[in-house]
Design a protein. Structure first.
Length: 274
C-alpha cells in the first residue's frame, strides 16, 4: 500500500470512529430520563423544614406530607423535576434570601413583613393558630395564657400570636427550632401551652391520644394562608402561580387534600385571596 493510500485509509478510519461515537451519544441521550425529544426537565431545588406533620415531615428516611404531595403536583404541572431537601426552619429563609434554593414549601404563612424580603405564590392553604394544652388545663382562650409559659416555633406566626398576648419581649415565650421540640417542652412540664397552626395541633392530638392533650380554639385568632416562598424577583413565580391554579381547578388539589385530611378543601376561599 502506498503512502497516500495509507493516509487516506487512516482518515477514513478516524471518520468512522467519530461517526460511531456520535451515534453512541445520541443513543445514550434518548435513554435518559428526559422527554421524547431527549431533553431532560430542569430540576428545581426546593427546601423545607421536615418537622411539621402532617404537612412536611420525615417518615422512613423520606420527607412526606400534604405539602410535599402538593409541591410535586405543582412542579410537575409546571414542567420541572423537584429536588426537595430538608434543611430545617430557620435555614429556609437564609437559603431563599441568598438565592441558593429556587423555592421553599414549608407551611409558610404569607404576611406583609415577609413580603418585604421574599416573594410568595398565590395562597394554597388556609390555616389558623390553635392552642395545645394538657386535658386538665383551665386554658379556654388566648387571654388565659397570660402569666403562663408558651412554647412556639421561632419566627412563626404562633410566636406572633403569643407576643400579642403576653408581650413581644416576654420571658414567658419559649422559642424552639421546630414544633416537635416545643411540644416536648410542654410534655416535660417546662411550658403550659404550645401555639401552632391548627393542622399541626389537631394532627398531634389525634395521633397521640395517650398523651392527654387537647386543642383549644380562639376565634380571635386570624385566618392565615400558606404560600410558596421565592427569592425576591424570582422569574419562577408566574409559572408556579399558573401551575397552582391549574392544580386547584382540575381536582388534583382536592384529591391530595382528601388523602391527608379526609375532607374537601375550600378552594373558593383560596382563589378569592388572589
Amino acid at each position: 500500500m502506498g503512502k497516500l493510500s495509507r493516509i487516506g485509509f487512516l482518515l477514513m478510519l478516524v471518520l468512522a470512529m467519530f461517526l460511531a461515537a456520535c451515534g453512541s451519544d445520541e443513543s445514550n441521550g434518548s435513554a435518559s430520563g428526559g422527554d421524547s425529544g431527549g431533553k431532560e426537565k430542569k430540576e428545581l431545588r426546593i427546601v423545607t423544614d421536615g418537622a411539621y406533620a402532617p404537612m412536611e415531615y420525615m417518615e422512613g428516611g423520606e420527607v412526606v406530607g400534604f405539602g410535599i404531595d402538593f409541591t410535586k403536583a405543582v412542579v410537575a404541572e409546571a414542567g420541572y423535576e423537584p429536588n426537595i431537601e430538608v434543611i430545617g426552619w430557620d435555614p429556609i429563609f437564609a437559603e431563599i434570601e441568598g438565592k441558593t434554593a429556587d423555592m421553599a414549601v414549608s407551611s409558610i404563612t404569607i404576611n406583609d413583613e415577609r413580603k418585604q424580603t421574599y416573594d410568595f405564590s398565590v395562597p394554597y392553604y388556609l390555616s389558623t393558630n390553635k392552642i395545645l394544652v394538657p386535658e386538665n388545663s383551665d386554658v379556654k382562650s388566648g387571654a388565659d395564657l397570660k402569666g403562663k409559659k408558651i412554647a412556639v416555633l421561632n419566627g412563626s406566626t404562633g410566636q406572633e400570636v403569643a407576643e400579642k398576648i403576653v408581650g413581644e419581649n416576654s420571658r414567658d415565650i419559649l422559642k424552639f427550632a421546630d414544633n416537635n421540640l416545643a411540644i416536648q417542652e410542654l410534655l416535660a412540664g417546662g411550658a403550659d401551652a404550645v401555639i401552632a397552626d391548627n393542622t399541626i395541633v389537631e394532627y398531634y392530638t389525634k395521633m397521640n391520644p395517650d398523651q392527654n392533650l387537647k386543642a383549644v380554639e380562639d376565634e380571635s385568632f386570624a385566618d392565615e394562608f400558606y404560600g410558596v416562598l421565592f427569592p425576591k424577583g424570582s422569574d419562577l413565580k408566574p409559572e408556579i402561580d399558573k401551575a397552582i391554579n391549574t392544580v386547584l381547578d382540575n381536582g388534583k388539589y382536592a384529591e391530595i387534600y382528601e388523602k391527608w385530611f379526609g375532607s374537601q378543601p375550600d378552594v373558593e376561599t383560596l382563589k378569592a385571596q388572589q
